[in-house]
Design a protein around this ligand. Structure first.
Ligand SMILES: Cc1ncc(COP(=O)(O)O)c(C=O)c1O
Length: 379
């Protein structure tokens, strides 16, 4: 089973790919579903777009929504998590003396998005310590930064540069008690966790299915609770539905079906990506990839002799975060690729340098051993 699943991904010879967390390539069988759709689109675009495209998109959205524990009406398809976060920020109503609170682990683009749309002076940052002892302490410290003027909390499900799983369940629960809105930046949450977005209780969830779910690139979504939806409209206004005059009532999700002519095949392929992992077994997928990431954590840490952040090891994910001694981020990353054929991400956060190792179904312990050996030589 392991070998047949590994052969679903074909990397160039000599490449060890350990960065699914940034760019998750689709397995061959998912990619071939997408290529069939693309062929159909190119052969007769009129039939494709006018004859059944909207129904197909609705089916894909229903499938995704049910898998994520909600209804299709609460989802819109977009290209990626970045676009989804922009949607939330453009529509978010905020008074001049109010602000949005982000943790200091949020993705760099997310800071830029909020600064652009609501103004830098209305974006505040709350520090989350890497050596925090428990989820309770983290939540207490985070809410210690919440003021009366705080209108929204933006938190990653798993952070980018520090690969930390944040306790979003507890954060949403506390925020609800205080009447505070929460936007979860979740591209690393989809497929890594068994999600039920309605139960989670966030106001918004932004994500890309082209990360851990391994759908084709360009497949993202925004989830919004019903009371938030009317504020969130497409950035590029178009028809909404192909024939809007036939609709009897306004629906939020209708606004996003036709946002100009584009290639929708990555979105239509999402159900095939869900099927692919379901066939392998979600529980097995999670166990295997988290287990390998823990192996990577141990192997690399034993080479560097450095202690991994408590925030990361307390809640393991499919990404290991291994501290590196101080030094240049990009030159280490380039050396791994050029001298050893290893594609892995080197991150930096608050002056610290980390090697982030993503583990998916095509990775194995021999690859991690090669990485550990490469790190030893480079240090
Ligand atoms: C936490 C986090 N948020 C947002 C993004 C943006 O995802 P995308 O490039 O798919 O829009 C990333 C990408 O790595 C990320 O790690």
């Amino acid at each position: 089973m392991r070998e047949s699943i590994q052969s679903e991904w074909r990397f160039p010879p000599g490449v060890t790919y350990l960065n699914h967390g940034s760019f998750g390539p689709a397995p061959q069988s998912v990619e071939s579903v997408r290529l069939d759709l693309l062929g159909e689109l190119n052969r007769q675009p009129m039939d494709f777009f006018v004859g059944g495209f909207e129904e197909r998109l609705a089916m894909a959205r229903r499938r995704l929504a049910h898998w994520l524990g909600s209804a299709a009406e609460n989802f819109v398809f977009v290209e990626n998590a970045t676009y989804a976060m922009n949607l939330v920020a453009t529509g978010f109503r905020i008074e001049p003396d109010e602000h949005v609170l982000l943790t200091d682990h949020e993705y760099g683009a997310v800071h830029r998005i909020w600064s652009r749309w609501i103004g830098e002076e209305r974006v505040r940052t709350a520090a989350v310590r890497l050596d925090v002892e428990s989820d309770e302490q983290l939540v207490d410290e985070l809410f210690g930064e919440v003021r009366e003027q705080t209108k929204l909390l933006v938190v990653s499900h798993i952070t980018s540069a520090t690969a930390a799983v944040l306790p979003v369940e507890q954060i949403c629960r506390r925020a609800q008690q205080q009447g505070l809105a929460v936007c979860v930046d979740g591209p690393h949450g989809v497929a890594q966790f068994d999600l039920n977005l309605d139960r989670l209780g966030c106001d918004y969830y932004t994500a890309s299915c082209h990360k851990w779910l391994s759908a084709p690139f360009g497949s993202g979504f925004l989830y919004a609770r019903p009371n938030r939806q009317s504020q969130v409209l497409p950035i590029a206004q178009s028809w909404g539905r192909l024939y809007p005059e036939l609709l009897s009532e306004w629906n939020w999700d209708d606004e996003f079906v036709w946002t100009g002519t584009r290639d929708p095949t990555p979105l239509l392929t999402i159900p095939a990506a869900i099927d692919f992992l379901a066939q392998f077994g979600f529980a097995e997928f999670r166990e295997q990839c988290v287990g390998l990431a823990q192996y990577a954590q141990r192997r690399i840490d034993s080479v560097t002799g450095l202690t991994p952040p408590r925030l990361v090891v307390n809640r393991p994910s499919m990404m290991a975060l291994c501290p590196l001694p101080p030094g240049d981020q990009l030159s280490f990353q380039r050396a791994l690729r050029q001298r050893f054929g290893i594609a892995a991400l080197v991150t930096s956060w608050n002056g610290l340098r980390f090697l982030r190792v993503s583990c998916h179904l095509y990775n194995d312990q021999q690859q991690i051993d090669r990485l550990a050996d490469a790190v030893r030589q480079l240090l």
